[in-house]
Design a protein around this ligand. Sequence first.
Ligand SMILES: [Zn+2]
Length: 416
Amino acid sequence: MYTERLYYDYAAPEPFSAEIRELRPLGDLTALLLDKTIFYPEGGGQEGDRGSINGVPLVDVKESADAEILHLVAAVGNLMPGPATLLLDSRRRRDFTVQHSAQHLLSGTILRLTGNHTVSMHLGPESNTIDVDVPELPPGVLTRVEDAVADAVESDVPLVIHLCPPEDITKFPLRKVPPRGEEVIRVVEITGNDFSPCCGTHCASTGQIGIVKILGAERYKGMTRVSFIAGRRVLAEHRVLRRNGEIISRALKVPVAETGAGVLALLERGAAVERELKELREAAAETKAGALLAKVPVPVKTALPAKVPVPAENAVCAGPVPGEGPLLVAEIYDGSFDEVLRIGRAAQKKTTTILLLASGTERKFAAFCSAKGVDLRSLLAAAMEQRGGKGGGGAGYFQGVFESRDALESFLGDMI
Ligand SMILES: [Zn+2]
């Protein structure tokens, strides 16, 4: 069905009258076909417009393979063939028009300054990208491009639309290959900057684009993917960055322009404090390990008996072996489990006695034994599980956690 296309000339927020000619089911959606439309259908790298028809919001606007314009709605509501009021989301349209025009200007400028072509582009709801046919665009080049684009914006040169029959298209120095099979090719000229075949919506002059900001450039499939924003998006982003810059500036007591160096200096100081803290924690663990080892009534580095008794079922037996002193020393700490691990690791180097250490606050325990022939699993697992604990480990290291401190203490009490 033929629909008169008025979207190039209509971008206003005021209601527009048209007629619904057909409602056509399309998967989960319904496509409305109109006698005329102000809604731009997705194409040329630009998303379809949004808005409403008789108050029913548009999910998307697309062009079918037969060049029909499909206005897609999720719920039909009271829509029916007949008169309809179209309402365009003009703010969104304006935003995409600005981003799209900025893309032309940016791609044209990169071509003019570096000789590299834009191979593809994407206009997103937050930021946009172009893929430039060169492996790298150094930061200095990107800054020159930004400045040249800003010059063109300040010059406020017109964007001129040429409707050209295919046979005459060679008279334009086009930046990219024109589409085939079109009766008329639409060429968008940015005076002095760029000629590009395009069906999207565009600003009337470069001054309407406002500032164009390149956000970054990265390698992508042998090309360079340049991300950018334009117009009010630059303003919105600047507000966010300024707000964050001021927070950091106040916190670090440095000017906004020096917040980067200020943060790096802070991180360096933080790393030095971390290193010092680690050393102090290790030293504290050594001291506590010494106190723990003092409770072992056998000389340190004393070998265990060749065979450590394995507890019988339902029995927790790691206690004294005649003539050898206790095989196991248990301790509960108020600190974190990390601290318990540090103490255990430090003490383990100086004894072959089994160390059963726990964090009361985290209800976790760890057992260490550096003696050969000891299997902590067979020594501890059954007793742990009997009190609802969960855990695991190997012959020389075993850890677990209990649901309550009482269960943990009961477990430790039984083991010594
Ligand atoms: Zn365009």
